[in-house]
Design a binder for this molecule. Structure first.
Ligand code: 2BA
Length: 109
């Protein structure tokens, strides 16, 4: 078994979750916050049989869109802090950040 951890945008989370559940997958939805934007996003935990991981990843790719967002960072994204002047920058928030981990042991009691 593998554990898929997927950080997705809130806008895509409900639709993706409904699709996964309708296809018989199990998932846990966690409310999370992006470290950079400090905005809400959604983290899905999914225990998936190894031979179905690719299908789940392609469902995530299908349902999650990348979007541009304008932000004004409160601290510098690189370089010296003393000469820092905040100004809006455009960031591309990805459709999904996906981690696939090996599960050593899985039990339900
Ligand atoms: P955030 O940390 O809020 O990041 C949102 C977007 O801001 C990122 O999109 C990226 O385009 C940009 N960004 C993040 N850190 C940056 C930096 N230091 N300088 C410039 N731009 C920066 P994504 O890369 O698609 O990430 C979307 C969300 O996925 C992240 O929200 C975070 O919650 C999660 N994430 C991404 N990579 C991760 C990782 N390696 N480990 C854990 N969570 C991750």
């Amino acid at each position: 078994m593998k554990l898929i951890v997927a950080v997705v945008q809130d806008k895509d989370a409900t639709r993706l979750l409904e699709l996964l559940i309708s296809k018989g997958y199990r998932a846990t939805k966690l409310a999370s916050t992006g470290g950079f934007l400090r905005e809400g996003n959604t983290t899905l935990l999914m225990g998936i049989e190894e031979d179905r991981v690719d299908e789940v990843v392609s469902l995530i790719k299908r349902e999650c869109r990348s979007r541009e967002q304008v932000v004004t960072p409160l601290s510098p994204m690189g370089g010296a802090a003393d000469s820092y002047v905040p100004y809006p920058v455009e960031v591309q928030v990805g459709g999904a950040t996906i981690f696939v981990l090996t599960v050593d042991r899985f039990e339900k009691v």
